[in-house]
Design a protein around this ligand. Structure first.
Ligand SMILES: [Zn+2]
Length: 470
């Protein structure tokens, strides 16, 4: 196993506000030094005098030094396939992670803290600061508080730990502090690093390039790594069949769900279980009392029942119900029972016949507007970049297609905005679920746009130009 022992100097303590002024990486196999990389960095911000006093690094020294972006490739190459070791590793790791992140480079490696490892290997010491543990072990530090001096000392400390306590404790710590990721033989970390941390759909491809598995994710990279986590993923034997990973960014969760459902339907990947439809376990239902007054209720829905307005999550049903009540001026007490309304301005104060009339009319109006999803409209969601918008075209409850567009108007012709996709039960169910979440106000970042009816059917409008992007 190769270890990249890292030490950095910074302009302060917080990776969010402070920058790196010096970095040193010492690569060791635990017995011998294999490589050494050391450089000052221009942090792009003034170095506080207190820090200069501690490290001896001042603004003049870093003025002509490279910036992080200049060394990012080399540093990434040095670190990406090794265990990252540092004294109080989270400090160094978070700064370096942050710098890569600024550049849009994903960075994730296993890490081990040499202070914690020293505590395991040499228990009973009062302090495990680098200075103290090195003094105890008679490791000399040249240039304390400079990246090179501290990294060299930490590398020597690591060698002592391994010599004294064995490499096992380090490997064990790496497995526990991060996760034990085992990539299949054909997959490399570089393949994983290509995956963006954005919503989308990923494909595990087998020998012949045939998809073995299709999955959706809010964060593609994180989700794929989970599959290779020894503790959580599929069996190693099965994963060995994965020869390549393909992916597609979708911008939004809704689009990821739709793309996944359509791909499963079309490709029949071996590992995907038969498409699970979102099950609607709750429904807003209405019923008349003996006096003929309408009441609303959230009911548990039995399998296959079509009654009421269905929801898969109780929270969505509750949110939708309270929205229906407030938006339609329904008395919140009378909606559920005929007791308890004390509001002197409420229609409850009217005569029995009059209040029943008002109350029932409002409930009917609420139900009707909620169920009115049988016309043509677009669901607009986040696109794959700032400029574009995701578009899902629905008509009469069916998903007719989806795509991405730079500009959408109420008179855009959906036939040109989207790629036509055959209507299938799973996409219909997914879109329906989202629609009800939107109506309940619990789907953030999604909007509805009704289409001008004539545009939907008009042949004339098809001559209009809108871009389709896929
Ligand atoms: Zn009332």
């Amino acid at each position: 196993m190769l270890y990249a022992v890292v030490d950095i100097e910074t302009t302060g303590g917080m990776p969010g506000n402070s920058r790196i002024t010096e970095v040193c990486v010492v690569v060791t196999d635990g017995k011998n030094i294999k490589q050494r990389f050391e450089t000052l960095l221009n942090p792009g911000v003034p170095i506080p005098s207190g820090i200069t006093t501690l490290t001896g690094i001042d603004d003049a020294m870093v003025a002509a030094a490279p910036v992080f972006a200049d060394i990012a490739q080399e540093l990434h190459h040095l670190l990406h396939d090794k265990i990252f070791v540092a004294h109080n590793v989270n400090f160094d790791y978070s700064f370096i992670h942050r710098e890569f992140e600024h550049l849009g480079l994903p960075f994730s490696v296993q890490k081990v803290c040499s202070a914690k490892a020293a505590r395991k290997a040499f228990p009973g010491q009062r302090s495990y600061s680098l200075g103290n543990i090195c003094a105890h072990l008679q490791i000399e530090i040249h240039n304390r508080h400079r990246a090179g001096g501290d990294a060299d000392a930490t590398a020597t400390l690591l060698e002592r730990i391994i010599a004294f306590a064995g490499e096992e404790i380090l490997l064990e710590m790496a497995g526990r502090s991060s996760r034990q990721i085992t990539l299949p033989p054909g997959i490399e970390w570089a393949d994983i690093e290509k995956l963006p941390a954005t919503p989308g759909v990923y494909y595990f491809l087998g020998n012949t390039g045939k998809p073995l598995y299709v999955g959706k994710a809010i964060n593609l990279r994180k989700r794929v790594i989970q599959h290779f986590d020894r503790k959580r993923g599929k069996s190693a034997l099965q994963l060995e069949q994965v020869k390549a990973i393909d992916f597609e960014e979708t911008g939004s969760e809704l689009m990821a769900l739709l793309v996944e459902a359509e791909a499963i339907h079309r490709l029949w990947p071996a590992w995907n279980k038969a498409g699970k439809l979102p099950s609607n376990r709750y429904a807003i239902v209405h019923y008349p009392t003996a006096e003929g007054e309408l009441r609303l209720q959230i009911a548990r829905r039995s399998r296959g029942s079509a009654a009421g307005i269905p929801f898969s999550r109780l929270g969505d049903a509750k949110a939708a119900l309270s929205k229906m009540i407030s938006e339609n001026g329904i008395c919140a007490s009378r909606a559920f029972s005929n007791k308890g309304c004390k509001d002197p301005t409420c229609y409850c104060q009217e005569s029995a016949e009059a209040r029943k009339g008002i109350h029932n009319a409002r409930i009917e109006q609420a139900l009707e507007s909620h169920l009115k999803i049988n016309e043509a409209f677009l669901i607009l969601c986040r696109g794959r970049n700032e400029e574009e918008t995701g578009v899902v075209y629905m008509r009469n409850g069916a998903v007719c297609g989806w795509g991405y567009a730079d500009e959408i108007h109420a008179n855009s012709d959906p036939e040109f905005l989207v790629k036509k996709i055959p209507d299938i039960a799973s996409t219909r169910a997914i879109a329906g679920m989202f629609l009800r979440r939107m109506l309940a106000g619990t789907a953030y970042g999604y909007n509805l746009m009704s289409l001008e009816k004539e545009m939907v059917t008009s042949k004339e409008s098809k001559k209009k130009k809108s871009t389709i992007k896929n």
